[in-house]
Design a protein around this ligand. Structure first.
Ligand SMILES: *Cc1c(COP(=O)(O)O)cnc(C)c1O
Length: 461
């Protein structure tokens, strides 16, 4: 596996506008945390120093994108920005038809409602929170068919997002292909640590699905990062451009859901893209009910323009090398400090291994939630839990899902933080690691019904 050398990832931009950050005292942070119920989602952003909660919608736009915002054509119907976005999606992703949505989950909602019947099964390479919920709300059951390596935080498999073809084949045998409307393939796999899927694996998935007339729907939210990993790690793609690889990936699918808030360098936006006219037609009908007319889908014209321009910038090799290089830089520093985290480092984040970090806590004491709270109190850095709280409850038994991975995600917004911010982050994690034996777990005192990790509240044990 090629590693990314320091010299090659230096930021390919300079800073034109700055946003001052507030520094807080430990006491202020302890109070803020208590008020937020030890849930980093409930902190006020102004109390946060370095915000690594998510890379969703937190990107810094370029001057080219901001200039595009002024060219927003705010017509109710047929905005020129829609046609520009459609052209860019066709050119870079290769799908025929475009339905814009306010963000990724708008697209997930529509594709789930259109394709899933009650009692259906939807295989996928590890779940994503909103994706699975929309599948379940449509009456489907999600089935994880990711390779076993993905569940092992120390396994160095270069494509831990890959689908286990045997698991997929077994599911087809068990429930029958007629009850599998599509396979939901994420590239990269957020919940596995931003791990990529290989081109070869997707090609084989495609072949198997074609045999059984099962559609492949790509979650293309992070497909550009995935394309870059293919370039670095998969034989035969070294000299291909990220743009070419992206189109190759998409060519093995029938459509995609997309959150523009990640790869595409905007603060809001998403889309559903499709190759089949019939499904597109239904989506065009549904979008009017839930999002807005089919030529804006809940977005302003200027948002569509920023996203269209974001596509062009996102596939730029210098950009993607620096984006992933920054995450890798933090990973290398944490590795030298002996901190346990998911390897290899994924595209958008470092995932600290909370089970290893806090081995004295039981999973029902929410180790990852606890560690995220601790990091904030220690240093003002905001991260988030990806473990038992995010996994939610089994709708049949009512018990928690107990995911193998209990992780704290340090997510890097694109083009926002400098290398010095990265250094401070590493120091804060090291600090918490030295204190780890004194860290006590949490008790959940409020639990929302859906996507509980966003609003659940906790108390210190
Ligand atoms: C963020 C994300 C989504 C959901 O998109 P939203 O814009 O937050 O609704 C879906 N899949 C993946 C892989 C994501 O990272």
């Amino acid at each position: 596996m090629n590693s990314i050398k320091r010299r090659s990832w230096a930021e390919p931009f300079k800073i034109k506008v700055v946003e001052p950050l507030k520094m807080t005292t430990r006491e202020e942070r302890a109070n803020a945390l208590k008020e937020a119920g030890y849930n980093t989602f409930l902190l006020r952003s102004e109390d946060v120093y370095i915000d690594l909660l998510t890379d969703s919608g937190t990107n810094a736009m370029s001057d080219y994108q901001w200039a595009g915002m002024l060219l927003g054509d705010e017509a109710y119907a047929g905005s020129r920005n829609y046609y520009n976005l459609e052209a860019k999606v066709q050119e870079y992703y290769g799908y025929k038809y475009l339905v814009p949505t306010h963000q990724g989950r708008g697209a997930e909602h529509m594709i789930s409602q259109i394709l899933i019947k009650k009692g259906d099964f939807i295989p996928g390479n590890m779940y994503f929170t909103t994706t699975r919920l929309h599948q379940e709300l449509a009456g489907g059951t999600f089935v994880d068919v990711i390779i076993d390596e993905a569940h092992d935080p120390e396994n160095l498999h270069p494509f831990k997002g890959n689908i286990d073809l045997q698991k997929l084949e077994d599911l087809v045998k068990r429930v029958g292909a007629e009850r599998i409307p599509y396979i939901s393939v994420a590239a990269t796999v957020n919940m596995a640590g931003g791990q990529p899927i290989s081109m070869e694996n997707l090609r084989q998935v495609r072949a198997l699905c074609q045999k059984h007339s099962i559609r492949v729907i790509l979650d293309a939210t992070r497909a550009i990062e995935n394309a870059y990993f293919i370039k670095l790690r998969e034989k035969g793609y070294e000299s291909k451009s990220v743009k070419e690889i992206l189109k190759g990936l998409c060519s093995y699918s029938d459509g995609c859901t997309m959150s523009g808030k990640k790869d595409l360098l905007v603060n809001i936006g998403g889309f559903l893209a499709l190759n089949e006219w019939d499904i597109f037609e239904e989506a065009r009908n549904l979008v009017v009910v839930y999002e807005g007319l089919h030529t804006y889908g809940g977005l302003a014209g200027r948002d569509m323009e920023a996203m269209a321009r974001g596509i062009e910038e996102a596939v730029h090799e210098d950009h993607i090398r620096a984006r992933i290089g920054q995450v890798e830089y933090v990973g290398e520093k944490l590795k030298s400090a002996g901190i346990p985290f998911v390897q290899p480092v994924g595209g958008h984040a470092i995932f600290l291994d909370a089970k290893k970090f806090l081995p004295h806590l039981r999973q029902v004491e929410f180790p990852a939630q606890t560690l995220a709270a601790e990091l904030y109190e220690e240093s003002g850095i905001r991260s988030m839990e990806r473990g038992i709280v995010s996994a939610g409850r089994n709708k049949e038994t009512g018990d928690h899902y107990y995911p193998k991975l209990e992780l704290v995600r340090l997510t890097f917004p694109r083009r926002v933080y400098t290398q010095a911010h990265c250094d401070v982050t590493v120091e804060a994690v090291e600090e918490a690691y030295q204190q780890r034996e004194n860290i006590k777990g949490l008790n959940m005192v409020y639990e929302p019904k859906y996507l509980r990790f966003f609003q659940a509240r906790f108390e210190k044990l």
